[in-house]
Structures are given as C-alpha cells and as structure tokens.
Design a protein around this ligand. Structure first.
Ligand SMILES: Cc1ncc(COP(=O)(O)O)c(C=O)c1O
Length: 396
C-alpha cells in the first residue's frame, strides 16, 4: 500500500528555491512553469525531516562536526545492497557535491592543457569545469540509434584515446540528459581502453539509484579489475532523496595508487569537511528512505508514461525519449520543423514553460528540450496542455 503522497502540490516560493528564484534572470520571465533544474517538487521522506528536526531543534549547539561510523556505514550498506558496489571505509570520502568532486579530480589528476573526454549530449557542467580549469574538452559524441535512443561510440573513443592521449574521461552513469543506463559490457570496454591508455575514468553515478522500468544500474568500478583500477566514482543521496540543497556526496576510489594521494590532498585542504545537516540527512535517507524511494520511482514512471503518451497522441513533432533512469525526459522536437531558437522560444514564450534547452548539452542537443518529471502529475498535465496549445498555434 502506498504511504507517501506525490500528488501534493507544495508551494516553493520564498524557500530559496533556485528553480523559481532565477527564472526572471535566466528566462526573462518569472511566470513560467519551472520544469528545468534537476530537483523534485516532492516532500522528502518524513524520516529525513524528523532526523534533522531532532538534531537541530532538540540540541542547541551546532559546533564542528565529525563524520561518524554510522554515516559511513549507511553509504557502504546502501551501495552494497542496492547496486552491488562494495567498498570499505578507507575507500570512500565525503565531497560537497558531484560537480565539486569532479572539479577536485580534474585539479588533482590533470594539468592545464590536458585533454578530458566527455560524451555529448551530456550534463553541461562537465565541460564548464574542464574548460574553466584550463583543460581541453574532447567530445566523443554519442550516436543516435534507430529507436531514437543513444549508444556510446566505442570505436571513436578508442581512436581518441590513441590519438589525443587524454588524461581523463567522464562517464555519466546513468547518462543525463537522455537517462541512459550503460550496460556492463559497454562499461567493461571503456575500462579496458582506459586502462590500456592510462586514462582515469570519472564516473558520475548521481542518478544510479533512480532506475526506471526494470533497468539496472551498473557501478563502473564493479565491471572488471581494470575498471576498479582506473575509476573515481562520485555518487550522492541528493537526487535520490531530493536533498540536493544539503550538499552531501561521496567519492570512492578503489585503487590505492590513485586514492591515497588524492584523499590525502582532499583531507589536508579540508575539502571533505561535511556540514552537520548533510550527514544527518544522508544517514536517515540511506537507512530509512527505501520505501519512499520505491514509491517515488513508481510515480516518476507514471509521469514519464503520461508525457510519452500525451506527446504521441496530441503533439506531433515532439517525441518524449523514454529514460531508463532518472527523472528527466529528453524531448526530441526536431519533428516540429523549427530552428533551435524557434523551439526555445516556442516553449518559453508561447507555452510558458521553463525547461533546459538542449544545446546546453552540446551541439547534438539542438532542437531538444529537457523536461523534469519530478513534479506532481497535475503540473505535468498543465505543462502538456500549454505545450499542445502552443504547437497548435503554429498552424503547421
Ligand atoms: C549528471 C549530474 N551530475 C551531477 C549533478 C549535480 O550534482 P551536485 O549538485 O552534487 O554537484 C547533476 C545535477 O543535475 C547531474 O545531472
């Protein structure tokens, strides 16, 4: 029996909510339906709130905080039980976010001018971090398949590793924006090449607990000994349990030759000092959030099915690409026959929707929009009606 209410609409105005507060600045209007940045509009599981209230309200001293055994064990147990990803306390450290963790890895393992491979269309901050730190982004673009999905260009990757000699590559695992669950054999092949060519693999597994429609997450570091030797994994309870504002993530490195100097540098610079709220919420989520998560995933699947079906039936020209993981839907709008700028304007100015425009994720994202499913169904229904009316007003 379902316990949690994901249909409840929660007003997030006045709560420092980025999704709403920066609408005017980023979209030029603040009256749009906010369906962009990847957090959800659902209440977190009550066990998280209760743990936070208990600590913050019942004890009035918020001094320096230490990362305690129960916190570490909750991460270790969760990953072992849910994803078969095993690691010890020594092999994991705290980082304040996944992008933060990526920035640390880039700065520690590479030098200015080094090349780092990403696979677009992909979560845009990877490129920002690489370029912003004076490294060089190399794109091994994903290949679009017949079924309107994507696969990794393994031949292209091998060529890049041989010719460009990158120092690092990013595996977005599962892959944002299309929500791709990479198969073990693909990851094994990536690891084989990376090991052969001395490339460190940064595996971003932030969406790894949000698998949909029976798909399974494969942690990069588990697929082979070569993978364990080359991979720096970052994951978090942030997307899983909708606590991104608390900035709690973890980083696992199995290979001591990479881990020991990296973790020592992180520690010396106090880059793993967690905030009290983040660790309390993390332990509560991993220990007590399973039922909430299962219900949340079920609700998201319902949202995805609804949007896919609605586009199919009522909005010709817009195809909702069904994700295997995560709560984001990649809308292929190429069938509208508009330019990329016209698509962006259609969604924002005519439909009144704030989604992420696809070219943020790379050239291949043109004429695509990224649509956040982490809202009550009635919000998505409103969005679909607004989009349908906007498309019909084109008179095509
Ligand atoms: C693939 C991916 N990685 C990382 C992040 C951001 O993680 P953090 O807020 O922990 O830096 C996001 C947020 O949308 C994401 O989609």
């Amino acid at each position: 029996m379902a316990i949690y209410d994901f249909d409840r609409c929660i007003d997030r105005h006045g709560t420092q909510c980025k999704k709403i507060e920066v609408l005017k600045q980023d979209y030029g209007r603040d009256d749009l339906l906010p369906l962009w940045i990847a957090d959800m509009d659902f209440a977190v599981c009550p066990e998280i709130t209760e743990a936070l209230v208990r600590r913050l309200a019942d004890h009035p001293v918020y001094g320096y905080t230490c990362l305690y055994d129960g916190y570490w064990q909750s991460i270790i147990d969760w990953q072992r039980e849910r994803n078969g990803f095993e690691f010890t306390r020594e092999e994991v450290t705290f980082v304040a976010g996944i992008v933060t963790g990526f920035g640390l890895a880039v700065n520690f393992f590479t030098k200015p001018g080094d090349k780092i491979v990403i696979q677009q269309p992909v979560y845009y901050p990877f490129k920002d971090v690489i370029d912003g730190n004076g490294r060089i982004t190399i794109n091994n673009a994903l290949i679009q398949t017949e079924g309107n999905f994507y696969r990794m260009d393994l031949e292209g990757l091998e060529r890049i590793m041989e010719q460009e000699k990158p120092r690092m590559m990013v595996v977005c695992n599962p892959h944002n924006p299309a929500g791709i669950a990479w198969q073990p054999e693909v990851l094994r092949e990536v690891a084989r090449m990376a090991y052969k060519h001395g490339v460190i693999v940064f595996s971003d597994e932030i969406f790894g607990d949000l698998m949909l429609f029976g798909h399974k997450h494969t942690a990069m570091a588990t697929v082979s000994d070569e993978a364990a030797a080359v991979t720096v994994t970052c994951g978090a309870p942030s997307k899983t349990f909708n606590i991104a504002g608390l900035k709690s993530s973890w980083c696992v490195v199995k290979n001591p030759e990479l881990r020991e100097p990296f973790f020592k540098w992180i520690e010396i610079n106090e880059l793993c000092n967690a905030n009290l709220v983040s660790i309390i919420a993390t332990e509560a989520a991993y220990r007590n959030g399973k039922q909430w998560l299962e219900e949340c995933l079920h609700y998201i699947e319902g949202n995805v099915d609804y949007v896919e079906q609605y586009c199919h039936e009522h909005i010709p020209g817009v195809v909702a690409i069904k994700p295997e993981a995560g709560f984001l839907v990649w809308l292929d709008c190429t069938g509208l026959g508009l330019s990329h700028d016209e698509v962006v304007s259609l969604f924002r100015d005519k439909a009144g929707l704030a989604m992420n425009e696809g070219s943020m994720f790379g050239e291949a994202g043109k004429c695509h929009m990224r649509f956040n499913m982490g809202s009550p169904r009635c919000v998505l229904e409103q969005a679909m009606h607004q989009l349908e009316a906007a498309v019909k007003s084109l008179g095509k």
